[in-house]
Design a protein around this ligand. Structure first.
Ligand code: C2E
Ligand code: CA
Ligand code: CA
Ligand code: CA
Length: 278
């Protein structure tokens, strides 16, 4: 019996060991990639529904691999969060976005760039000083920068979130609530925090042209945003039928594969130029 239990421990250990080792390897690779500046940002356009004009772009992290494949952020953001790496990751993202923004503004002078923040960014105290330093380095006007915070992120640390949001607004940035409607506190957030925009989650938007329940949620969110003087973006627009529905509804801004997928900086500049010419 002693022998038997030892055996089962060995089997369990091996499986655990493989998982831990794979994660440790990924983390080590991520640190190296960050240090070497190998991570990159893609930009997904956000457009005005009625005119199709570009309103802004959302910066999305990509991790290109030597073999030509790309690791998507869902695979490494939580890993970075769990291992205290968000501070460096966010500093990298903000620095790169500010650098790219200087170029993007030459193509479209009123463009807004959206940057995703993680809940770790609230807990760390460095975000604001990093931002102040990078604004100065790149000579960026903060009116071009919108920070996206998810509902669940904000609710984990409401007081810290409030103080961060207030500071960001004082500095001249805007704040948008990402994945709106997917948390359990959508109304509280609108009531408690000085936010200027909500992004309705794609899970409500994508089929809103044909699903009555999704319609109810999208239309209520729109009504609410309008009453509260919030701007609103519908994300996850994947079909022309959905785009037409949102247009009839008067949703001001849309984002999704139907309009444009996330693009590299140079592709994004080409896309913006071709749009501006028509
Ligand atoms: P998110 O902020 O909700 O970003 C939207 C995600 O939906 C992106 O995935 C985007 O490529 C994808 N998407 C865009 N249009 C459509 C559409 O029409 N249909 C569908 N089904 N999906 C669409 P991505 O790039 O894989 O990013 C996943 C998540 O990773 C983001 O979700 C965000 O939470 C996080 N993330 C990405 N970049 C950063 C970053 O720089 N910092 C932090 N902290 N998080 C990031
Ligand atoms: Ca986002
Ligand atoms: Ca989102
Ligand atoms: Ca999301």
């Amino acid at each position: 019996s002693a022998k038997h239990s030892r055996q089962s421990i060995v089997i369990f250990d091996e499986e655990l060991h493989e998982g831990v080792e794979a994660e440790f390897q990924l983390l080590t690779n991520l640190k190296t990639a960050l240090a070497r500046g190998e991570l990159t940002l893609y930009y997904q356009p956000i457009v005005c529904t009625q005119s199709g004009d570009i309103y802004g772009v959302e910066a999305l992290l990509r991790w290109p691999q030597a073999d030509g494949t790309v690791i998507m952020p869902d695979k490494f953001i939580t890993l970075a969060e769990r291992n205290n790496l968000i501070k460096q990751l966010s500093a990298f993202v903000i620095n790169r976005v500010f650098q790219d923004l200087v170029i993007l503004l030459e193509v479209h002078s009123s463009l807004e760039v959206h940057i995703n923040l993680s809940c770790q960014d609230f807990v760390e105290q460095n975000l604001i000083s990093t931002l102040a330093m990078l604004l100065d380095t790149h000579q960026i006007d903060p009116k071009h920068v919108v920070f996206e915070l998810t509902e669940s992120t904000v609710m984990q640390e409401v007081e810290k979130a409030r103080s961060l949001i207030e500071t960001l607004i004082e500095m001249g940035f805007s704040v948008s609530i990402d994945d709106f409607g997917t948390g359990f506190s959508s109304f509280s957030i609108l009531k408690e925090l000085p936010i200027s925009q909500i992004k309705i989650d794609g899970s409500f938007v994508s089929l809103s042209h044909e699903s009555e329940k999704d319609q109810a949620i999208v239309e209520t969110s729109m009504f609410l945003a309008r009453k509260l003087n919030c701007s609103i973006v519908a994300e996850g627009v994947e079909s022309d039928a959905c785009l037409q529905y949102l247009s009839r509804l008067g949703c001001p801004y849309i984002q999704g594969f139907q309009i444009c997928e996330p693009l590299s900086l140079s592709e994004c500049i080409k896309w913006m130029n071709s749009r501006l010419m028509v």
